[in-house]
Write a protein that binds this ligand. Structure first.
Ligand code: AP5
Length: 208
């Protein structure tokens, strides 16, 4: 299955990808995670990405498109992939479309997790993750187990200020890709304003 997860920051894309991956057995490709890895490695690209990400801006299309095209050409993506956080702009959506057409394959579904803006800041500023496993928690909605309480970390772009900037970018750059995929009949909308397991159940029924 070739699938895209789209939605505002904090919609629960990463949370749901972790729950779905066991069923679908396809690689979970998160551009946010790939960029954070490049920042950690201190590559030239990582340094540029770090500046954009901390401010809540998007990393340039050229960089992200090249990174994803290279990743989905790998052997483990032959049977499919779950893209999380890509595409995020119309040029990214068009580049992916061209790439898949050239490879003679098609997208199966674009899963759009919808969450109202007023819930986003709380979700983002309360997020913490396990630096070893990448498991995602929330101080209020999904607290880390006691043994991890002192170890979980907060993302540098999870400040209220950066979150508001990311939300603005989402509305100006990413939301406009929804009609593009609607025209292709690929969108499945899921209401993400419920407990995580309930959202998973909604996704499963949307995919059935
Ligand atoms: P990225 O890492 O993709 O961030 P994002 O899209 O802003 O999404 P998040 O990871 O913040 O949220 P999520 O939807 O995965 O939610 P999560 O499951 O963690 O990108 C970061 C940056 O990288 C971008 O700003 C940009 O600079 C750059 N970038 C990445 N891709 C790019 C691209 N294609 N082009 C250009 N630049 C790019 O959940 C959030 C919190 O809510 C957690 O604490 C979780 O526990 C909690 N939660 C989840 N579900 C629920 C629920 N149902 N109820 C209550 N709480 C919940």
């Amino acid at each position: 299955m070739r699938m895209i997860l789209v939605g505002p920051p904090g919609a629960g894309k990463g949370t749901q990808a972790a729950k779905l991956i066991d069923t679908h057995k396809i690689p979970h490709i998160s551009t946010g995670d790939m960029l954070r890895a490049a920042v950690k490695e201190g590559t030239e690209m990582g340094k540029q990405a770090d500046i954009a990400m901390k401010a809540g801006n998007l990393v340039s299309d050229d960089v992200v498109i090249g990174m994803v095209i290279e990743r989905i050409a790998k052997e483990d993506c032959t049977e499919g992939f779950m893209l999380d956080g890509f595409p995020r702009t119309r040029p990214q959506a068009e580049a992916l479309d061209t790439e898949l057409t050239n490879a003679g394959v098609k997208l199966d579904v674009v899963l759009f997790i919808e969450v109202p803006d007023e819930l986003i800041v709380d979700r983002i500023t309360g997020r913490r993750s396990d630096p070893e496993t990448g498991a995602i928690y929330h101080l209020k909605f999904n607290p880390p187990p006691a043994e991890l309480a002192d170890k979980v970390v907060q993302r540098k772009d999870d400040t209220e200020e950066a979150c508001i900037a990311r939300l603005k970018k989402y509305h100006s750059e990413t939301a406009p890709i929804i009609p593009f995929y609607e025209e292709h009949g690929l969108i499945r909308r899921v209401d993400g304003n419920a407990a995580p397991d309930e959202v998973t159940a909604r996704i499963k029924s949307a995919l059935a």
